[in-house]
Ligand binder design. Structure first.
Ligand code: ADP
Ligand code: MG
Length: 202
């Protein structure tokens, strides 16, 4: 069995629509009350260079996002207009750059056991129309692939959250300098992680 990494980290960005919808507090609250620990936080306007580093750090991302778009159409019995995954992915990428750079964003690093998976679960699936009730994207917004495509824009889904531990490590390096992340102890970590709970009862 693998030893759990209590210091796993993941990157979360509240995208410009989250800021414009006055959802910063609501969104942070949902991650915070999970038990994960906030170790980095900044409020910035991202430029295109930062966004391209972020999305293109994984060489397969464009093709994968394009394939996901094609599959989403097929699932509802429709044919995606692009001729292949690369073309579909490139279109998404161009509109994403505009979306993410359109206004201020909140960039955060959350740390704790299974941080990547826990954050993805709380965030919900990419498309708000089909993401689960109870998740941030499922509860707090309404966009869909189809409407976004009709308007040639990115799906506005409030959040970016790293998809894997490797992706998180790469992305955190892009948005934060080492000294901007804070190592500290939260008292609640004892009840989350300690084997021995002696000392609670007086
Ligand atoms: P996630 O953010 O859930 O990890 P992806 O990495 O696949 O999703 O895509 C990155 C972002 O690109 C999404 O959050 C969304 O804003 C946008 N996006 C993804 N697919 C599409 C699409 N088919 N049409 C428009 N925008 C899309
Ligand atoms: Mg992703």
């Amino acid at each position: 069995m693998t030893k759990p990494n209590k210091k796993e980290r993941t990157l979360v960005i509240i995208k410009p629509d989250g800021v414009q919808r006055s959802l910063i507090g609501e969104i942070i609250k949902r991650y915070e009350k999970s038990g994960l620990k906030l170790v980095g936080l900044k409020f910035i306007v991202a430029d295109e260079e930062l966004v391209s580093k972020h999305y293109l750090s994984n060489p397969d991302w464009i093709k994968n996002v394009g394939q996901k778009a094609i599959d989403a159409y097929a699932k509802v019995g429709k044919k995606h207009p692009a001729k292949n995954a690369l073309e579909a992915g490139n279109k998404v990428y161009q509109s994403l750059k505009k979306y993410i750079t359109s206004g201020p964003v909140v960039v955060m690093v959350w740390q704790g056991m299974n941080a990547v998976k826990i954050v993805r679960k709380i965030t919900g699936g990419t498309e708000p129309l089909t993401s689960d009730v109870g998740t941030i994207r499922g509860d707090l917004t309404i966009d869909s692939y189809e409407i976004a495509d009709v308007d040639s824009r990115a799906v506005r889904n409030l959040i970016h959250a790293s998809g894997s531990v490797e992706e998180a490590e790469e992305e955190i390096k892009i948005w934060f300098k080492k000294g901007e992340l804070i190592n500290y102890r939260l008292v609640q970590e004892a009840i989350l992680y300690d084997v021995n709970l002696d000392g609670i009862l007086e």
